[in-house]
Design a protein around this ligand. Structure first.
Ligand SMILES: [Fe+2]
Length: 593
């Protein structure tokens, strides 16, 4: 049965038509960037067709240069935040391991079909693409959220932003290490959906567009000021609005995890991915190498929405166009840019909690931020935030690896809920089954870069968590946050230690790779550092005693092919394009130093 008027699902209402109109017509107000006047004139004179829109959004480099030379002055045009419109389609399909990764998998996807209610969804599954004979219906109602946005132009219904309905279907009692084929479905007859015909929706006229651009001129100063306040500017969000929707009847596949304790295990580790040109490079390379990895770990900072939740939709459009996570499970931990608290509402982690479903220990305890109103400074958020369980922190076993995903934004203080949970998890590890224990936390405990040195989360993790990680001989700690790459030796308390973890920062996944070094001379515990190269890492666990770490280079920072030193004109050599090391399991290291 579909939800009725009193069903908990029915409070979530989604206005497909308004969504379309507003995001296309008014989304242009949401951000600004400098654009040649001549190109705008051409844009207006040629109307509002898809092709001109595409040129507007993505001019080629040489076109831009030529027009810049011809045009002596610039005016401001707005960045288009344009989620793709595939009303009625299942989309944004992504996987996460289930509670028991060797026998379960969670399939998540979005539907935009109805204004007033979400359809009941399920997943058909089988071991052959021609025989999807088992049906799993979603175990809990679809989830969604709505909130006030900073600007009227960022909303899609009734002065608020309404997210799609997210369905999370856990498939269970599967066979370990087995390839399955699956297809998400909606359990409803076609007549029960509101149908949308994009051709009948009203498009803006040339006059309306001219009026809008005029208004933009007058908003220029105010928007500039806003950007100064918001700090570093983001590049445009991903625009896949001109691409086709994901095929309706696409049959996808995944492989369940091998039995606990198995080798080998291959995990890709990424951080601070975003939805920018270098993010596309990273996803493209991961997609090309997808047969080499069992799961992908994303160490926080996912979509970079800059307070605009429509950018979560464009982020998932991006994933639909690089369809990796419909085949490989994606495991996340929270980053500061996933908090998403804007200046008109105190909601936090709404998208992070609703759009993903990790193998959670308990349902989330997520409250409104009880501090002052106003846009939260994402570069220096308060600590701790009122967020426990859910997707905040959790663990899972993948073959011989025990993964402990930590929230730097929940309390890490001794006797806090998360701290006690981490202690329990570490004490419960059986190294005869999972000889490798790996922690993931967005903020790095060690940091050779000048940025984020005094973050409250880093100070707390260093003070409270590092002793636990050393005591329990955790092998590696993966982090993001700094948009650069860094790897330490095995260490404890700022010194080499044979039992201590190796710390790796992988924040160069796509967001601007730039981070000056704090000191000219690398710290004694440092092995590799670089802020010029984008990439992701591969952790390959070969057996109980040997693992391999490999930093895969995916792109360069074109603007600055060298490393900076803080407060200096010194230009240091760019780092290596790769960093490949073998790690002997610290758990088996001799006790004496
Ligand atoms: Fe971050």
């Amino acid at each position: 049965m579909l939800s009725g008027p009193h069903d908990p699902r029915s409070h979530t209402r989604y206005r497909g038509n308004q969504y379309f109109q507003r995001s296309h017509k008014k989304g242009r107000h949401s951000e600004i960037h400098y654009f040649p006047k001549m190109l705008q004139t051409a844009f207006i004179s040629h109307g509002f067709g898809i092709e001109t829109t595409r040129i507007m959004r993505r001019p080629s480099y040489w076109t831009g240069v030529a027009i810049a030379i011809l045009s002596s002055f610039y005016i401001v045009a707005a960045v288009n935040v344009a989620p793709r419109h595939c009303e009625g389609n299942i989309r944004h399909v992504h996987l996460a391991v289930g509670t028991e990764p060797e026998t379960s998998m969670t399939v998540s996807f979005a539907t935009f079909a109805s204004k007033f209610k979400a359809p009941l969804a399920g997943v058909l599954i089988g071991t052959s693409p021609h025989d999807l004979k088992e049906l799993f219906l979603e175990q809990s109602p679809p989830t969604s959220y709505n909130l006030k946005q900073n600007k009227d132009t960022w909303t899609n219904f009734d002065g608020k932003y309404y997210s799609p309905h997210y369905h999370h279907v856990e498939l269970f009692e599967l066979q370990p290490n087995t390839m399955y084929f699956y297809k998400p479905i909606l359990k409803a007859s076609r007549g029960e959906f509101e149908e949308y015909n994009l051709h009948t929706l009203k498009q803006p006229t040339k006059e309306e567009m001219q009026k809008e651009l005029k208004e933009l001129d007058s908003e220029e100063d105010a928007d500039d000021e806003e950007y100064v306040q918001e700090g570093r500017r983001l590049l445009d969000p991903y625009d896949g609005s001109w691409r086709d929707c994901p095929p309706v009847n696409k049959i996808r596949s995944f492989r369940t995890a091998p039995p606990a304790g198995s080798f080998p295990v291959s995990l890709a580790i990424i951080g601070d991915i975003g939805q920018f040109p270098h993010s596309e490079e990273t996803l493209a390379r991961l997609l090309r190498n997808r047969n080499e990895m069992d799961a992908v770990i994303l160490a926080g900072d996912i979509a970079y929405t800059n307070y605009d939740h429509r950018r979560w939709d464009t982020f998932f459009d991006f994933l639909d166009d690089y369809p990796l996570f419909e085949h490989i499970p994606l495991q996340i931990c929270p980053g500061n840019h996933d908090i998403d608290m804007n200046d008109v509402a105190n909601d936090i982690f709404q998208a992070y909690e609703h759009r993903f479903r990790m193998p959670r220990v308990k349902p989330p305890q997520l409250e409104l931020y009880d501090g002052p109103h106003g846009a939260m400074n994402m570069d220096a958020p308060p600590y701790p935030l009122p967020y426990e369980w859910g997707n905040a922190y959790y663990s899972f076993t993948y073959g011989a690896a025990k993964m402990i995903m930590i929230s730097a934004y929940s309390s890490m203080e001794p006797d806090s809920i998360q701290y006690n949970w981490i202690v329990d998890e570490l004490e419960a590890v059986d190294r005869s089954i999972t000889p490798w224990v790996i922690a993931v936390i967005h903020t790095p405990i060690y940091n050779t870069f000048s940025l984020h040195q005094k973050d409250l989360q880093i100070v707390a993790a260093r003070q409270h968590l590092e002793p636990l990680l050393v005591e329990h001989r955790v092998n590696m700690v993966f982090s993001g946050h700094i948009h650069a790459y860094m790897r330490t030796t095995t260490m404890s308390n700022e010194t080499f230690h044979p039992h201590g973890p190796m710390h790796v920062t992988v924040g160069a996944g796509g967001r601007n790779c730039e981070a000056p070094f704090k000191n000219d001379e690398p710290e004694p515990w440092l092995e590799v550092r670089d802020a010029t190269i984008y990439g992701y890492g591969m952790l390959r666990i070969h057996n109980a005693t040997v693992a391999e770490w490999d930093w895969i280079h995916t792109g360069h920072n074109e603007e600055r092919g060298y490393n900076e030193l803080k407060g200096s004109d010194v230009r240091l050599e760019a780092g290596p394009g790769f960093d490949q090391v073998f790690l002997e399991n610290q758990y088996f290291a001799k006790d004496e130093l």
